[in-house]
Design a protein around this ligand. Structure first.
Ligand code: PEP
Ligand code: MN
Length: 253
């Protein structure tokens, strides 16, 4: 039965940066009909020295989004400490990032920290193109009693030149879906594309491949974003793209 999640549409900034940025972005997204707000508060940066997230200071901002806008909120967790703080703050769902998904020790520790809860866990593909590793990450959560899960395709790291930041390698997601047909599949075109002009095309492909949802980065002032500036869309631009999708299977805008 493939109905753990409804058709899913998640949007919000790569990173929570300030209370004003979170509230301005979330208010516009809510106005466009988005009901699930994403924002990273701990950011797994490839190299040190970049903005690594506001940390727990961002949690009250997300609680405001829940309280004042009635949205559900989702953040990334990568350590048991992140899980504890997220649960204490009443965060609705969590995602596991691509770098964490590739590390069984980290996944096991996070999964054990979630034991006894049943909040939805979205598992991004590992950075390396290995459907077994992606599947194994999902299984580690299931073994700790998590039942509400989804797989998120965000593309795979590659050294060769590509128009994509992380080429989607759709076949890998299709292989995982063949093995786990009951799981909802979500596409994250933002991290696949790395640039905003390619996002609409990848959304269309995801729909063609029968994905169940989209997670897209949106920021009230994308060019000034502290992380992933080139791939973020304003809430209005996001809404324009979503409205143009053929018979969108997602929440109405
Ligand atoms: C993100 O969603 O902002 C993020 C860091 O994700 P990924 O793990 O796909 O890089
Ligand atoms: Mn990002």
């Amino acid at each position: 039965m493939k109905k753990t999640f409804p058709k899913i549409l998640i949007a919000g900034p790569c990173s929570a940066e300030s209370e004003a940025q979170v509230m301005t972005t979330a208010t516009s997204l809510a106005r466009h009909g988005i009901t699930i707000f994403r924002a990273g508060i701990w950011k797994p940066r490839t190299r040190p020295g970049n903005f690594e997230g506001v940390g727990i200071d961002g949690l009250p901002w997300l609680q405001r989004v829940q309280r004042e806008l009635g949205m559900k909120v989702i953040i990334e967790v990568g350590t048991p400490h992140h899980v504890e703080e997220a649960l204490r703050a009443g965060i609705d769902m969590v995602w596991i990032g691509a770098r964490t998904s590739a590390n069984p020790f980290a996944v096991q520790a996070v999964a054990e920290a979630l034991r006894g809860t049943d909040i939805p866990v979205l598992v991004k593909n590992p950075i390396n193109p290995d459907p077994e590793l992606w599947l194994g990450t999902l299984e580690r959560f299931e073994r700790q009693g998590i039942t509400r899960m989804a797989a998120v395709l965000r593309g795979f790291s590659c050294y060769e030149k590509s128009i994509y930041r992380n080429p989607p390698l759709w076949d890998i997601a299709l292989e995982l879906r063949r093995r786990r047909p009951e799981l909802p599949f979500i596409c994250d075109p933002s991290h696949i594309c790395g640039r905003r002009d390619l996002i609409e095309g990848v959304c269309l492909q995801a729909i063609d491949y029968g994905f169940d949802g989209l997670m897209i980065e949106s920021h009230c002032n994308p060019d000034a974003a502290w992380s992933d500036a080139a791939q973020q869309l304003t809430p209005d631009a996001l809404s324009t793209i979503l409205s143009a999708l053929p018979s969108p299977p997602y929440s109405p805008l």
